[in-house]
Write a protein that binds this ligand. Structure first.
Ligand SMILES: [Zn+2]
Length: 331
């Protein structure tokens, strides 16, 4: 392998001819290159070969992956072509995505780090601003979604909301329960967001949806049951357990009221203090709360039974599906 090809390989320049390599004024490594013949004069958007238009803005640089600790750049002409579909566009280069100032290898690594490490780690390690990382992720994700149909073959999905910016903004996210993949996300948490998802899904793919798990929000259930009435709507386990916990608290209040009316001050005070002991998961109870619970077991059968029912329900979700179904039938 001759020297120039080694440099092309080191700088991650695919399908390129290296012309010259030098160290720039700030100690950076610069690899001057041009696309191989068959990659020239292609539209930056559709990559169709198109007639040349002009020389554009002259030489351009793309940041490449560091070579050791040295910053590295690819440098090349950036002429423009006149595409039949896209008009006058800067030519495509095989080593970078359109409109990017980074090589493909650099972007792929930054995107991988963004998924697998912290925000600060990726920005510091790659020596770029976080905003730049966000733009990189968008380009990498756009390309990837163009190749894979994330919404194809969905049968069992989960819809949920997550908050960001300290709870001031919301995203609606859709996951596929079969692949465990995030398949769709958009800003907002209202009917319109769900409608936008169903629109993206389209009528045909919508017909394949068999099951939708979500919380109890009407903004999810409404549009789903209108546009895919055959789909089974399921509650997320956390919501089911929450309902059971509410029911348990209702019993506690009833029992407490009974004790108060009967003039049993000691029992009423005890029950008031038992709220957290009944509400928390048993594995997280403090010693005092454990004693409290033991007290309830001794003195208040009705409340204790309600507590056990809530805990059994919680356990069902921890079992493998087959065992859990058996449990719920017996229950
Ligand atoms: Zn084009």
């Amino acid at each position: 392998m001759c020297g120039t090809r080694v440099w092309a390989r080191l700088a991650g320049l695919q399908r390129a001819v290296v012309e010259r390599v030098w160290i720039g004024s700030e100690g950076e490594l610069v690899v001057s290159a041009r696309p191989v013949w068959r990659e020239r004069d292609r539209c930056g958007i559709c990559r169709r070969r198109s007639p040349g238009f002009d020389l554009g803005e002259g030489r351009r640089r793309w940041r490449a992956l560091d070579l050791g600790t040295t910053l590295a750049f690819a440098e090349a002409d950036a002429p423009r072509v006149s595409c039949r579909r896209h008009g006058v566009v800067v030519c495509a280069v095989p080593w970078a995505r359109h409109r990017s100032r980074f090589t493909r290898a650099f972007e792929d690594q930054a995107a991988w780090l963004a998924v697998n490490t912290s925000k600060t780690a990726v920005a510091q390690l790659m020596r770029v601003a976080w905003r730049t990382v966000a733009a990189i992720c968008e380009r990498v994700a756009d390309e990837a979604t163009g190749e894979v149909d994330l919404l194809g073959g969905l049968r069992r999905i989960g819809i949920d909301e997550i908050s960001h910016r300290k709870g001031h903004r919301y995203l609606t996210v859709v996951v596929c329960h079969d692949s465990g993949r995030l398949v769709w996300a958009a800003a907002g948490r209202d009917r319109r967001t769900i409608d936008a998802f169903l629109d993206a899904l389209g009528e045909e793919r919508c017909k394949q949806i068999e099951l939708v798990s979500a919380d109890m929000a009407a903004w999810v259930a409404g549009p789903i049951s209108e546009r895919r009435p055959q789909a089974e709507l399921c509650l997320d386990p956390i919501n089911v357990v929450m309902l059971a916990t509410d029911a348990l608290d209702e019993i506690r209040r009833e029992v407490w009221n009974d004790a108060r009316r009967a003039g049993d001050v000691a029992a009423a005070t005890d029950l008031k203090g038992a709220r957290y002991a009944l509400w928390k998961n048993p594995e997280n109870l403090t010693d005092r709360q454990k004693l409290k619970l033991a007290d309830v077991q001794k003195t208040n059968q009705r409340l204790y039974r309600a507590y056990l029912l809530k805990e059994q329900l919680r356990q069902i979700y921890r079992l493998p599906a087959a065992a859990a179904t058996g449990c719920s039938r017996r229950g």
